[in-house]
Design a protein around this ligand. Structure first.
Ligand code: COA
Length: 260
């Protein structure tokens, strides 16, 4: 599939998807959101893709937010529809069933910060700056930032960011748990890929079920979440990968996982 506002490269099971509107700091206009939806649907369905790195084109930005030019003329109905569309795309990323690493290479603001938070882990370059400046525009987060940010950094820090609209630099983002790791700019993609490949060395079903147990479980009462985890644990015990992983350990050899 070819895209106007995205670049896609795939190598040895890893897809690198780049939001590609550098002249607008990769701002998410409606066309780009639709392409992200299509791209993640395709990546989710493609069995040869085992994990994804999401990044932004150019020197300055991961994604500098939703496209303010489009937002400036929206009606209330269009605003709600735009918010719901964005939320669904980000949900699709979070529920992809394979790990998605955000390589945050500069500004990740508003919808860009929300997009990074929908990825499973975030690696940031030293020049990255993250924030939710929507309140400065007289609007508010619309791609679930009011929900994912407090879940990631806690209610107090999230409300400080959401209500001031001020950005945090990469070190502060790391300190509060908004990003997992900060690395020099020139090493960003290699570090993101290294982290992803560490995950991909493990059983694909283990990754899928762990993602599901964490994301669904966090929305459930604790007891229900434990029951859900136990059910997934039972299910994974039916897999060839469980037999292979445990047998390989006992035989002191490397496992060969097949994802079944
Ligand atoms: N939507 C639409 N266009 C955007 C954009 C956005 N979210 N963010 C940046 N751009 C555009 C600018 O309008 C400018 O376009 P132009 O060259 O046609 O005038 C271009 O990208 C470069 O941005 P510029 O503001 O000149 O870069 P800068 O280095 O001076 O500032 C930022 C960088 C990120 C601080 C600044 O662009 C900014 O505040 N962007 C908006 C962030 C935001 O509020 N996001 C939440 C949106 S809901």
């Amino acid at each position: 599939m070819s895209y106007q506002n995205l670049k896609l490269e795939t190598r040895e099971g890893v897809a690198v998807l780049t939001v590609n509107r550098p002249d607008k700091l990769n701002a998410l206009n409606d066309a780009t959101v639709a392409e992200l939806d299509a791209a993640f649907a395709a990546l989710g369905a493609d069995g040869s893709v085992r994990g994804v790195i999401l990044t932004g084109a150019g020197e300055k930005a991961f994604v500098a937010g939703a496209d303010i030019a489009e937002l400036s003329t929206q009606s209330p109905i269009q605003g709600t529809e735009r918010s719901v569309r964005g939320q669904r795309v980000l949900d699709r990323i979070e529920r992809l069933g394979k790990p998605v690493v955000a390589a945050v290479n500069g500004f990740a603001l508003g919808g860009g910060c929300e997009l990074a938070m929908a990825c499973h882990v975030r690696v940031a370059s030293e020049n990255a700056r993250l924030g939710t400046p929507e309140v400065k525009l007289g609007i508010m987060c619309g791609y679930a930032g009011t929900q994912r940010l407090p879940r990631l950094v806690g209610r107090g820090r999230a409300l400080e960011m959401l209500l001031t609209g001020e950005m945090v630099d990469a070190q502060e983002a790391w300190r509060i748990g908004l990003v997992n790791k900060v690395v020099p700019r020139e090493q960003l993609l290699a570090e993101a890929e290294g982290l992803l490949r560490k995950m991909l060395a493990n059983g694909p079903l283990s990754l899928r079920f762990t993602l599901e147990a964490v994301h669904q479980g966090l929305e459930m009462p604790f007891d229900e979440a434990q029951t859900h985890e136990a059910t997934l644990f039972g299910l994974i015990c039916t897999s060839e990968d469980m037999k292979e992983g445990t047998a390989a350990f006992l035989a002191k050899r490397a496992p060969q996982f097949k994802g079944r």
